[in-house]
Design a protein around this ligand. Structure first.
Ligand code: F3S
Length: 64
């Protein structure tokens, strides 16, 4: 399971890296960057919550 960020939709709200700094970082202008870490099966609910927290709907959780 991993995140995908649609860079056309991300405008830098920053909820992703504020809520989940273990999974997200920000670039120099505050847009989301995905860290190269594995999301465990037991973290699915938290991961779904983080994806849902983006006001732009820019974050998707995919299986591979
Ligand atoms: Fe961008 Fe959404 Fe995060 S707008 S910075 S992906 S909360």
């Amino acid at each position: 399971m991993r995140f995908v960020v649609d860079t056309d939709l991300c405008v830098g709200h920053g909820r992703c890296y504020t809520l989940a700094p273990q999974w997200f970082d920000c670039d120099d202008v505050g847009y989301a960057e995905i860290k190269d870490v594995v999301i465990g099966a037991g973290e699915r609910t938290q991961a779904e919550d983080v994806a849902a927290a983006c006001p732009e709907g820019a974050i998707t959780l995919v299986e591979k």
